[in-house]
Every structure is written in structure tokens, then in C-alpha cells.
Ligand binder design. Structure first.
Ligand SMILES: NC(=O)c1ccc[n+]([C@@H]2O[C@H](COP(=O)([O-])OP(=O)(O)OC[C@H]3O[C@@H](n4cnc5c(N)ncnc54)[C@H](O)[C@@H]3O)[C@@H](O)[C@H]2O)c1
Length: 431
């Protein structure tokens, strides 16, 4: 049977390589729709969790994993030879940066090499990992064609960027429009048909490069606008203007303005990283991305500014950071997620410790964290307050923090998220 027909009748067997924040929701969505899905991951603990019907990603309900596994629609393996049995393969592995801020494609390369080893005619291969324009046709295609099979003729190849927003209950895998760009028309059509089985709106584009660039435009747009609003926050502080009130009022304009909010710095696996994939590739073409570098510079300076505010807060009570007890609220990179990757709270923690502070933290999403080899454990608010905290820093405004109790305790507070919107008092220091 042709792949198109297999997709239409949900008989296509789908392999998802990388069962993380992107791959697992996708695998579950395909399985729930009736496809037979095999998840491939090198992390045995994830493979075991899935096969035991358990979810380890906040946005994926354990019940959905359990039902899909029990129905025989979802299983996981670390045996890459099973890729040969798949009709469509979706690659969702990490794309971090090296220390030099150059792209680290090693995970993609390993995954593609595994596909190459088991590629068979008629398969559809889709790359979802965020990457620089040109990756699909310069890295993935030549590797797969080493088999002697030709892309677009013997197998199909496409890029489709993932737009999942962890912690966002309004926009989910099914409802977020999906951009798809194939290396030829047949590849675009097949990839669009596959995603069209689980996603409401498909946006086909003319090439893999356009699809790759779309994702980088989206994330660069966020990084640059967050950089802009962080700079406005820094300048408003100098001018003694409440930047939060300014943004709130500006956001009443019904056209031509979109609110972005300042904060302690960028975090997560996307916004602090992806724009540098673009600037790296642009440099190869003799082009300097000034906006990206400037935004990176401003956003990267925010943790130091937060620590400066902590110093000012303590100074108002004739105290120093050195020797003070400082309690950080929220260490995950954003509200109500358990992801700490690139979290600015880690930089803030480090800067405070280096200045001699005694640091504790609360975060129900991150029960413990490792810092410089030592393990720190999350403390609840009453325990922290009983420890006579000198200053509290709200880094990530998770739901469920008892801000009333914190304010009533009279503790100095540095609020980097406007979590205490409308609350006034000499003990509250905003960005
Ligand atoms: N997390 C997000 O919000 C988000 C949103 C959009 C796009 N993305 C992009 O999607 C991609 C994946 O991100 P993520 O957040 O899901 O990462 P993740 O770290 O949560 O998951 C990646 C998974 O891939 C596995 N893996 C690594 N190498 C492998 C290999 N060779 N074979 C099989 N499995 C392998 C890892 O064990 C891990 O389970 C990245 O390119 C990222 O930039 C992420």
C-alpha cells in the first residue's frame, strides 16, 4: 500500500526519535488518533516509563500514555533497528549550543545516522528539531543518500518546526498550526497529510529552508522583543518610572503593539539558543545579525541586574548580600513547568553565592537541584520564613506561591515578574 493511503487509513507506522518535551506529546497525539507509534530514545529511563504507561512531561497526561500503551498504539524502545519497520520517522532530538555559541548538531547527526542504517524505500523522514536554515538539505539529505536511495524519489524528506509551548493549556499540539516544508512537492504533501491527521491547520511552505527559517524568525522575534522590553525596564528604573504600569497601559492600544514583559533573563531550550543558530548561519554567508547579538547581550545582563536590585533592597536596611539569607522563589525557567534548562535563576543563584549570600529556594516543580556538586532542596515558605530570610527574590511566578504570607511577613522582596502587581510598600523592589 502507498504511504499516502497508509496515512489516510491510519495504518502508517510512525517512529518518533527523541521522547522529550516535543517528541512525547507528538507521539501521544498520533497514538490517540489511532496510529501505531514507536518512540525511540537513548534514555532507557524514558523508554521504561512509557512502556509502563507513565508520563514524565507535565503537559502530557499519564492517563493518555497509559491508555495508548494498553491499546497497543504506543510503545518505546532504544533499539534503533526497529526504525526499519516504520513508514514515517519524526526526529525530535535536542539542538543545543556549544560553549562557543556555535550549533551543536551532534544529536541530530546521531539520530540521522541511525535512520540511515535502517532506511528503506518509501519512508518519510521529517526533522522537527529547531535548527539553522540548510540543515535538512546540507546535513540530513546527504547522510541519508549515502544509502544509494534518492531523496524525493526513493524516500521522502521534510522539515517541520515544532511550536509547542510547555505549560500552555490553551494552545496544544492539535490546535497550533504546523508549518511543513518538503525537499520536493511529494515530500511536502506527504508530511502535510501525516500531520493533518492530528493537527487542525497545516501551513505548507515551498522548501525545507523556508520552514527552518520560520521557526528561527519566531524565536528571534521573541528574543529581540524581550531584549527591547528588558532595556526599557533598565532605563525606566534609572528614570524612576514603573515599567509594568507603562506596559499595561501601552497594551490597551488595539493595534500595532504586542506586550512583552521584562524578567530575570531568558531561559528554556529555545529562546536563548535558537537565534544563535541563525546568527551562526548568517555569518557563514557574510552577514552579521546585530539585533540578535544586542538582544543576547541585554537579556544576558538581567541576572546581574536582579542581583544589583537585591543589593539595593538589602542596602535599604543597612545589610549586605554577604552573609544575608536570600530565598529564591521559582527556579524553573518559566511559570508552572519543571524545566530548568538555561534558567536565569541558576545565574542569579551563582551570583548571590559568589557574593557570600546563604541561598535557599522554593519550587514545587523542582524538588531538588544540583549546584557546584552540592544538592539543594526546595523549602516551603513557612520553613523559609522560620529561617529568618533577609530577602526573597521572586524569579519565577509559579501558581500557588503564598505571596500574601510573604508580604505580611515584612520580608524584603525583589519581584522580577510583577507577581505582586498592585501591592505597595517600602519592602517591595521591582525590576
Ligand atoms: N521544549 C520546547 O519547548 C521546544 C519547543 C519547540 C521546539 N523545540 C525543539 O525541539 C527539539 C527537541 O527539544 P526537547 O525540548 O523535546 O528536548 P528534550 O531534551 O526534552 O528531548 C530530547 C530527547 O531526545 C533524546 N535523544 C537524544 N539523542 C538521541 C538519539 N540519538 N536517539 C534517540 N533519542 C535521542 C533524549 O534522550 C531526550 O529524551 C530541539 O531542537 C528544540 O529546540 C523544543
Amino acid at each position: 500500500m502507498e504511504l499516502r493511503e497508509k496515512i489516510r487509513t491510519k495504518q502508517a507506522r510512525i517512529g518518533i526519535i527523541g521522547l522529550g518535551y516535543v517528541g512525547l506529546p507528538l507521539a501521544v497525539e498520533f497514538a490517540k488518533t489511532g496510529f501505531e507509534v514507536t518512540g525511540f530514545d537513548v534514555d532507557k529511563s524514558k523508554v521504561d516509563a512509557i512502556n509502563a504507561g507513565k508520563s514524565y512531561i507535565g503537559d502530557v497526561a499519564g492517563e493518555d500514555v497509559d491508555c495508548s500503551v494498553k491499546a497497543g498504539k504506543l510503545k518505546a524502545t532504544d533499539d534503533m533497528s526497529k526504525l526499519h519497520d516504520m513508514d514515517a520517522i519524526d526526529i525530535c532530538v535536542p539542538t543545543p549550543l556549544r560553549k562557543t555559541r556555535d550549533p551543536d548538531l551532534s544529536y541530530v547527526v546521531l539520530a540521522v545516522e541511525a535512520v540511515r542504517a535502517h532506511l528503506k524505500p518509501g519512508q518519510l523522514v521529517i526533522l522537527e528539531s529547531t535548527t539553522y536554515p540548510g540543515t535538512t538539505d546540507e546535513v540530513v539529505q546527504p547522510t541519508l543518500e549515502e544509502t544509494g536511495l534518492k531523496a524525493g524519489k526513493d524516500f521522502y524528506l521534510a522539515f517541520s518546526p515544532e511550536r509547542v509551548d510547555p505549560g500552555n493549556a490553551t494552545h496544544t499540539t492539535k490546535t497550533i498550526p504546523k508549518v511543513v516544508g518538503g525537499m520536493n512537492e511529494a515530500s511536502t504533501e506527504l508530511a502535510a497529510a501525516l500531520y493533518g491527521s492530528i493537527i487542525d491547520t497545516i501551513v505548507p511552505v515551498s522548501s525545507t529552508q523556508v520552514a527552518e527559517m520560520v521557526k528561527l524568525l519566531e524565536n528571534t522575534f521573541r528574543a529581540v522583543n524581550i531584549g527591547l522590553v528588558n532595556e526599557i525596564a533598565l532605563m525606566s528604573h534609572r528614570m524612576n518610572i514603573d515599567v509594568w504600569e507603562v506596559i499595561e497601559a501601552a497594551a490597551t492600544k488595539p493595534f500595532g503593539f504586542m506586550p512583552f514583559f521584562p524578567g530575570p533573563g531568558l531561559g528554556g531550550h529555545c529562546i536563548p539558543i535558537d537565534p544563535f543558530y541563525l546568527s551562526w548561519k548568517a555569518r557563514q554567508n557574510g552577514f552579521e545579525c546585530r539585533f540578535i547579538e544586542l538582544a543576547g547581550h541585554i537579556n544576558g545582563s538581567m541576572p546581574a541586574f536582579v542581583v544589583e536590585r537585591v543589593g539595593e533592597a538589602l542596602n535599604s536596611q543597612k545589610k549586605s548580600i554577604n552573609g544575608s539569607r536570600i530565598h529564591v522563589f521559582g527556579v524553573a525557567y518559566k511559570k508552572d513547568v519543571s524545566d530548568m534548562r538555561e534558567s536565569p535563576a541558576l545565574d542569579i543563584l551563582e551570583l548571590l553565592l559568589r557574593r557570600g549570600a546563604l541561598v535557599t529556594y522554593s519550587d514545587r516543580w523542582i524538588p531538588e537541584l544540583k549546584h557546584n556538586g552540592a544538592i539543594m532542596r526546595s523549602q516551603d515558605l513557612p520553613a523559609a520564613l522560620a529561617d529568618k530570610v533577609d530577602c526573597a527574590v521572586i524569579c519565577t511566578d509559579h501558581s500557588g506561591f503564598d505571596y500574601d504570607a510573604l508580604v505580611k511577613s515584612g520580608t524584603l522582596i525583589v519581584d522580577t515578574r510583577n507577581a505582586l502587581r498592585g501591592v505597595k510598600g517600602s519592602s517591595i523592589f521591582r525590576l
